[in-house]
Design a protein around this ligand. Structure first.
Ligand code: ADP
Ligand code: GLC
Length: 483
């Protein structure tokens, strides 16, 4: 039997855990290549050369120097991370020597050079995958989100038939839209500025370029793959995506089971596992102490670890805080985002200082401590391509209370009487996502919690869920081979 050829894949993404992270994209780009390596596929991750990225590359060497008329002088730095990822970073200080949020400036507005910057990033990535820069030619260029959306257009424009392109849509709401004058500096054929190309309502859309020119499109859960092909969930791209229906797959995200492991997690107060779950109670009391919440083992402690945006439905939750406290519950929130939502939770914490703790900001260790110490996590998203915090929560025996959308639909089993009787329930789902249904989901969660045997069964079911990457990594490997 002939040996199967190992595919070589270039991931192109703007974030990668543990180097640079604003959300789940980074987790996926940091974990999937390692799972793919176990499945027999070689992945190199192409990243912007942000200071934190360059600092995190071990045994760094200069792969190439780039001098072109259509971009700033730059270098490609290659090396590996401590976590075992192969990285190529685009060290272009004019674009990437920035601290803080990679996409937003200090005032919370989009950085003015986002269009030029990620066009250049995608162009260089395409040239690397094509073997025009550096010596290696890749089999697959796998682009993630709008920041890498133009890669497929550059590959198409090169005329190659060998390199295959995939776009993964992590969130259709971020479409990479820029004024049409940018087209002139992209170095693409002018014919690409059309309805069948990257023109979108008189603008250019990098995400649309990815949708139109990639050989295949994936998204991060089966339900979201259907939602984005509808007029409601398609956010303007529903028709285009329906037309590409045969080339769309929904492959569920997983999480890195080593990064998220309550048995070995160095950030949490007490280790525990499905076999020996007792330590979870110690995490709860330590967390209540650390956050200056009223120490009470019996008060259900709810957490939120999230971008504070309307996508995540947290405006709805902000209206429920009095009710939750009146029922005897506590809330520990970590996140940042829309100022109205931040203000609402800050006000709630001020009103109930011993019952509600609010940390505005980004704090990786605290995220682990919250997952370990809380009884349940709220994810009342209006839409959710996959969602990773419910997977981390289940891994830590923390029960997810979620809107029944996207990946939350695919990963949480609602505690219906039938699921409870069968020992399958892992959380509480509600639909449609509105204040009324969230209220009734919270009431249900209190009811479930008031019956310790029942609650413990749900916690055990969560701890026993398989939330790793193994299955989906094999699916990605097979998809690469099929192309
Ligand atoms: P999204 O990517 O839409 O923000 P996901 O659920 O896919 O949502 O991924 C969010 C990731 O970011 C998770 O790893 C979560 O733990 C992490 N996260 C979100 N907000 C914070 C925060 N304020 N501090 C630390 N980690 C956070
Ligand atoms: C996006 C989505 C989230 C998903 C993540 C990783 O940020 O909002 O649902 O889990 O990407 O794919």
């Amino acid at each position: 039997m002939p040996l199967k050829k190992t595919q070589s894949v270039l991931f192109v993404a703007s974030e990668c855990f543990p180097l640079i992270k604003t959300g789940g994209l980074a987790d996926v780009v940091g974990a999937l290549p390692i799972a793919l390596a176990h499945a027999g596929t070689n992945v190199t991750v192409f990243l912007p050369g942000f200071p934190k990225v360059l600092a995190g590359i071990e045994s760094a060497r200069t792969l190439a120097k780039i001098k072109t008329s259509d971009g700033p002088p730059a270098k490609l730095i290659s090396g590996t991370t401590a976590s075992g990822l192969n990285i190529i970073a685009l060290d272009a200080p004019q674009y990437f020597d920035i601290e803080g949020n990679p996409y937003l400036d200090d005032t919370g507005n989009d950085r003015p050079d986002n269009g030029a910057k990620y066009a250049y990033f995608s162009k260089v990535a395409a040239d690397v995958a094509l073997g025009k820069i550096g010596r290696k030619k890749y089999d697959i260029l796998h682009a993630h989100d709008w920041q890498a959306g133009l890669c497929a257009a550059y590959v198409k424009a090169s005329g190659t038939t060998k390199l295959r392109t995939i776009l993964t849509i992590h969130n259709l709401a971020f479409q990479g839209r820029f004024p049409k004058f940018l087209m002139a500096s992209l170095g693409l054929p002018t014919s690409y500025y059309s309805r069948n190309g990257l023109e979108y309502w008189d603008q250019v859309s990098f995400l649309k370029a990815g949708i139109m020119y990639s050989d295949h499109i994936t998204t991060v859960s089966p339900t979201y793959a259907l939602e984005i092909q509808s007029d409601d969930g398609g956010m303007g791209f529903g028709g285009l995506l329906r037309a590409r229906s045969q080339s769309i797959s929904g492959l569920l995200n997983g999480i890195d089971l080593d990064v998220w492991n309550p048995e070995t997690d160095p950030e949490i107060y007490k280790s525990y596992s499905a076999e020996n779950p007792k330590g979870k109670a110690g995490n709860k009391s330590a967390l209540q102490k650390a956050l200056k919440l009223r120490p009470d083992a019996k008060a259900p402690l709810f957490t939120v670890i999230s971008r504070l945006t309307t996508q995540k439905g947290l405006d709805l939750l902000a209206d429920m805080t009095d009710f939750i406290v009146a029922e005897g519950g506590q809330i520990a929130l970590l996140g940042s985002g829309d100022s109205a939502i931040e203000d609402a939770f800050n006000a709630a914490a001020k009103k109930h200082p011993t019952e509600i703790s609010v940390t505005i900001g980004y704090d990786e260790p605290l995220a682990h401590q919250l997952q370990a110490g809380a009884d349940a996590i709220f994810i009342p998203s209006r839409f959710e391509p996959c969602g990773l915090t419910q997977l981390c929560a289940m891994r830590y025996g923390t029960v997810p209370i979620v809107g029944r959308v996207g990946g939350l639909n695919d990963t949480v089993i609602d505690a219906s009487p039938m699921a409870l009787a069968n020992g399958a329930a892992t959380g509480v789902q509600f639909a449609p996502v509105n204040a009324h249904m969230l209220y009734s989901a919270i009431s249900r969660a209190f009811d479930l919690y008031s019956n310790p045997a029942q609650w413990n069964q749900i916690v055990t079911n969560c701890l026993n869920q398989n939330v790793g990457w193994e299955t989906s990594a094999a699916d990605y490997r097979d998809l690469y081979a099929s192309l």
